[in-house]
Design a protein around this ligand. Structure first.
Ligand code: PLP
Length: 455
């Protein structure tokens, strides 16, 4: 029997410890139980407020507690919550058209539920496309070390982070990796003035090494986000595009994090002027108010799936993909992004943070600070000369100190076992100037041990 006088938090914790399996982290017997969110802030069961410096998991871009989105979802639920998948419905039609506007190109949109799903769809479409063009051997994919592309066997195969994969191998077959464009620790030993884009050339070498007739596609994010905010030189993506063209290899752009404004443009690749063959997207598409993802396929590729006769159609079904409620949520989310001009606000947040966080560069443990739109990576080292990655306990200490001051930030890395030495920050686009000052002052206090008032 329930004890009405019981402390609800104690009850929730008891049930949490008994029944719930948490994502990502090791067993966590003392989780924060969040109960509400408004704007950029979350509140826990004790009434403590936290600034959501990671927008959840790089996704709640329009902020928490949006009435307009709740109303759009409720209206769609009561009007039409589901339809037979082979037919159509208005929210999916409108959303596909809207995504086309945002992409600046002609694409067909296939809806799924998650970023991992969207990448799996991209892999299957790439393989089928080549087969339907008579290139039966083109089945392999090349991606980068450090990249994360999802949790399923193919998407994890494309992921270049050993620590995430080792316990689950063997994964999808046909995935190989090349070094990332990691200028701070150039895998080719180059400096800015000697760089010949060896990191891009590595793709050409890999395509030749694997056999161009066996390679279906390259998959990459515009910048590696979850693998440590690794931002390439400006000419990197155009060079990858031309290598792909040379060998009839498709370019799949994973915009799961960078899409819908995080980069300061509508999609991350638009910063580099390249046109991918396939674009995958999720998180920011609904600001995580409802699960939804999409795989956008160029009109040229799609034409191959419409050749009359034969078994040309894409044999893939996903019960919840393009769910009307999720599509209605995405449409309202995109309305908000447009109405409140949040893509340019994201760019502005990035510019402001570049100024606000620059004093941190003076700290001996800050090796590098990297930006892509409003996403930030702060690389921690033992000292700037050796660049030895800061140990996990030091990084955990900084995150805990931020947490104690009400700021939630993330950490990434994971290539070298035991090291997660890159702090990450990607605030919601509705973050105010005062809140940006708050973020900077917390980080300054934590790194330098002084508060604004004391200074
Ligand atoms: N691709 C990238 C770049 C991601 O960061 C993620 C998730 O963090 C995924 C794909 C997988 O998305 P999901 O977790 O929705 O399956």
């Amino acid at each position: 029997m329930n004890d009405l006088n019981a402390d609800p938090k104690a009850e929730w914790l008891k049930k949490d410890r008994t029944y719930l399996w948490h994502h990502i982290s090791p067993h966590n017997d003392n989780p924060i139980i969040f109960v509400s969110g408004e704007g950029a802030w979350l509140t826990d069961a004790d009434g403590n407020r936290y600034f959501d410096g990671m927008s959840g998991l790089w996704c709640v871009n329009v902020g928490h507690g949006r009435e307009e989105i709740a109303q759009a979802a409720a209206k769609q639920m009561t009007t039409l919550a589901y339809t037979p998948l082979t037919q159509s419905h208005v929210p999916a039609i409108e959303l596909a058209a809207k995504i086309n506007d945002w992409l600046d190109g002609e694409y067909r949109i296939f809806f799924s539920n998650s970023g991992s799903d969207a990448n799996e769809v991209a892999f299957k479409i790439a393989r089928q496309y080549h087969r339907q063009n008579g290139k039966l051997g083109k089945h392999k994919f090349i991606s980068r070390y450090r990249a994360y592309h999802g949790n399923s066997m193919g998407a994890l195969g494309a992921t270049g982070q050993a620590q995430r994969k080792l316990k689950y191998e063997p994964l999808g077959i046909g995935f190989s990796h090349v070094p990332p464009p990691y200028c701070y620790r150039c895998p080719f030993g180059q400096q800015a003035d000697s760089c010949r884009l060896e990191c891009a050339q590595a793709f050409e070498d890999a395509i030749i090494g694997e056999g161009a007739d066996s390679v279906a596609a390259v998959i990459m994010e515009p910048v590696i986000t979850g693998g440590g905010m690794i931002v390439p030189p400006d000419s990197y993506l155009p060079r990858i595009r031309s290598i792909c063209d040379k060998y009839d290899v498709l370019l799949i752009m994973d915009e799961v994090i960078c899409g819908f404004g995080r980069s300061g443009q509508r999609f991350g690749h638009l910063n580099y002027g390249v046109r991918p063959d396939i674009v995958t997207m999720a998180k920011g598409m609904t600001s995580a108010y409802s699960p939804l993802s999409a795989t956008a396929v160029s009109a040229e590729l799609y034409a191959c799936f419409k050749i009359p006769g034969g078994d040309n159609h894409f044999r893939h079904v996903n019960t919840f993909g393009g769910n009307p409620v999720s599509c209605a949520v995405a449409l309202e989310n995109i309305n908000i992004l447009e109405r409140e001009e949040l893509v340019s606000r994201s760019a502005q947040i990035g510019t402001q943070l570049q100024t606000l966080l620059s004093p941190l560069r003076e700290h001996p443990n800050v090796g590098d600070i990297r930006f892509f739109g409003s996403a930030v990576g702060i690389e921690l080292v033992d000292d700037p000369i050796s660049k030895t990655p800061a140990r996990s306990d030091r990084v955990a200490g900084i995150i805990a100190a931020c947490f104690s001051k009400g700021l939630l930030i993330g950490k990434n890395g994971d290539t070298v076992p035991g090291f997660m030495n890159i702090l990450t920050l990607c605030p919601p686009f509705i973050t105010t100037d005062d809140e940006l000052d708050y973020i900077a002052s917390v980080l300054s206090e934590v790194f330098f041990g002084i508060s604004e008032e004391d200074a």
